[in-house]
Design a protein around this ligand. Sequence first.
Ligand SMILES: [Fe+2]
Ligand SMILES: [Fe+2]
Length: 299
Amino acid sequence: MAYLRESMELNLFFLRILKEHALFMQLSFMPRDRMLAEAADDLGERLTQLFKQAIALSEGYVSAEVMNSGELFTRYTEEAERQMEFFTGLPMDLQITRDEYNLGGGTLPPETLRPQVDALNQNALALARQMQQFMQRVLEDVAACRAITTLYPTQIDHLARELHHYIFRLRSLMSGNTLLTAQEFADEQAFWNEIMAEHAEFIDGLLDPTEQNLKAQAEAFAVEFARLVEQLETAQQRPMMIPQVTLRDEDAMRSLQNFKSQATHGILSCKIRSIITPLLADHVLREANHYLRVLRQNM
Ligand SMILES: [Fe+2]
Ligand SMILES: [Fe+2]
């Protein structure tokens, strides 16, 4: 059943993403806002528990495409987590990542797993909605200058939009929609191109001012992806043009993936000066890997 495997793969990707969002939020608050940091920590803990359940449920059923895409983990993930534990003093359960190495197998999940997969989707949706309320509250506080954080306001909004996208995909899957229609695929591209443009802007803004070469590259990616967003908007008026834009997206994504991979390597090996945390570097790389896999699967 496509529904069972797609549910597993969607939740495996996004539950890790969300648990990391919770950590990024937790680390971003001022000492005064300890309550907000604790709320983020609590959400992160519950996301981690659900993520572990998703891993236990999915073992042996994840497709080779997803396993090899680098969207669930990369060759840097474990090291990034080790360094996060070292720098923050907060425990990171690295065993979760090691457990993910055994998820592949490619056999189709049996129909008998349906009740558990349904429950996973429902629990994920409920938890995602709680996270959405929390994000909304923080966004309002920041917009009204009731609080400041070490994340850009646009970064918080970015995390909230990724969360919204997960909820949208989850609901679509729960209503039995397993394949993307042409329109949905175009929307998926519009969403991720915008996200990728923002990643480039964030990387540019979080690199040390002396990293001029890397900053120039990040800036060029931001311009390129902003252009792709526009091209897709134009193409959506004339759907025949979309496949052409998809090819350009794939091409641009390959370069961006390479850039992010090298940046992650540079940050983990202390070769780049920045305020990008090791896990944030790996996180945006995984999001690029996910988008690239979705692109290729639907081209
Ligand atoms: Fe993210
Ligand atoms: Fe992102």
